[in-house]
Design a binder for this molecule. Structure first.
Ligand SMILES: [Fe+2]
Ligand SMILES: [Fe+2]
Length: 418
């Protein structure tokens, strides 16, 4: 059998470390040796890769154990440094926390894959780095725009953002791409759909009582289901998600995508099952709109009291949807049950085993997986392997059958080099 390769995002390879495994590069669907093991990974190598817009290198399956050990050492070292400085990986002062919330409030995170050189934009793009937001280089010279893209500033692993006030302009930009004749590759269509969905969820979280917002969420989920069913071979492109930081709208979109993928893997029919599962997953954290955003994005651990307040989001969500909308019970299941565990230690109901519905069991696996693999300003994300091995250890809490399917499904995704 041919050797398998697994993608490793560049940011996981430490500058000035000596990886003890070979690193490969993907060229026209072939994996070519890029750096032999035991050679220092210098800053110039990283810069060179970034200039060429390469975001990931690859590790062969036989070296995977070595890679995981290498990562473990890096994480341990980082934690050691943080502890020495006395802040154990979280922000040092309140001003920093304040700044972090300001960014969350005023900016919207976008995906760089929709942009092409020479496109003309009517909104400025920023990037998020070290708890600060900077105008991307392409936009610096002309304060008013419109801007012609060179993509210089988009070349890296940066998290791109726009100001909230530019959301309408961005929405019409994405809309145009979606409706343009021959909307481009499946990947671009998937990306446009993801970007649209994120904005729809954001609107729902801003105003969950609006019937119009729920209707649009419904339509968007239907488009996602259509997309997944129509593009079976390439549907993994819809799952190309990279989480840098925690935004409820990005998380909701991720959970919806993974639930649909797992639902399809299990063989659920399109209508009404996948549509209901997708809608419920998209709305699963809608109750967070009633929880103080500062609590949701609090760096570090919750106190017991804060955790109790956080848990309220589940029943808030169920109530908001019940009071304002006439959604089928099935669509409410992910909202009500995504924090339940088979052992009965979940919340809010402490349901056990078969008392947790099918959609509840699916969404609880996906929800925790996404939380674990999302990088937050104060905590490194787990790799998919680390997250899955964590989930395997807590398997009694999750449906064995679905968990196995989920792991196999993600394995396939990784194999495709997504
Ligand atoms: Fe939740
Ligand atoms: Fe969630």
């Amino acid at each position: 059998m041919a050797e398998q390769y697994f993608p490793v995002p560049l940011r996981r390879i430490g500058v000035d470390t000596v990886p003890n495994f070979d690193l490969f590069i993907k060229q026209k669907n072939r994996y070519v040796l890029y750096r032999k093991a035991d050679i220092m990974f210098e800053k110039t190598v990283l810069n060179n890769l970034m200039e060429n817009r390469i975001e990931s290198l690859f590790v062969s399956k036989r070296d995977l154990k070595l890679y995981e050990e290498y990562r473990r050492q890096i994480v341990e070292e980082q934690e050691g440094v943080a502890e020495e400085k006395g802040f154990a990986g979280i922000f040092i002062d309140l001003e920093e926390v304040e700044r972090y919330h300001e960014i969350l409030d005023n900016y919207h995170v976008i995906d760089h894959s929709l942009f092409k050189p020479e496109m003309e934009l009517s909104f400025a793009v920023y990037y998020h780095e070290k708890n600060d937001v900077h105008l991307a280089e392409d936009f610096e010279e002309k304060p008013e725009g419109p801007w012609q893209l060179t993509l210089k500033s988009f070349a890296t692993d940066r998290e791109l953002m726009i100001k909230n006030e530019d959301l309408p302009a961005y929405r019409s930009f994405v809309q145009k791409l979606m409706t343009a004749a021959g909307a481009g590759s499946v990947e671009r269509q998937a990306c446009a759909l993801r970007e649209m969905s994120k904005m729809v969820v954001k609107d729902v979280l801003d105003d969950p009582r609006s019937g119009e917002n729920i209707k649009r969420a419904n339509q968007t989920v239907d488009s996602m289901v259509e997309f997944i069913l129509e593009n079976e071979t390439s549907f993994y492109s819809l799952m190309k998600i990279s989480g840098h930081d925690y935004y409820t709208y990005v998380h909701s979109m991720n959970v919806c995508t993974f639930c649909l993928a797992l639902g399809q893997e299990i063989g659920l029919p399109k209508s009404p099952d996948l549509e209901m599962l997708g809608l419920g997953a998209m709305l699963h954290d809608v109750g967070k709109s009633r929880v103080d955003p500062k609590l949701i994005n609090k760096p570090g651990k919750f106190t017991d009291e804060e955790f109790t307040k956080m848990k309220d989001h589940v029943l808030f969500g169920v109530n908001i949807l019940n009071e304002n909308h006439d959604l089928p019970d099935k669509a409410l299941e992910p909202v009500a049950q995504h924090h339940e565990k088979l052992t009965g230690i979940g919340y809010p109901y402490g349901l056990k085993n078969h008392k947790i519905g099918l959609f509840g069991r699916i969404s609880s696996i996906v929800d925790v997986y996404d939380a674990l693999t999302t990088e937050r300003s104060y905590k490194k994300a787990l790799t998919p392997f680390e997250a899955l091995s964590f989930l395997s250890k807590t398997q009694k809490e999750y449906d064995q059958n679905f968990l196995t399917k989920f792991i196999l499904m993600l394995g396939k995704q990784i194999e495709k080099g997504v």
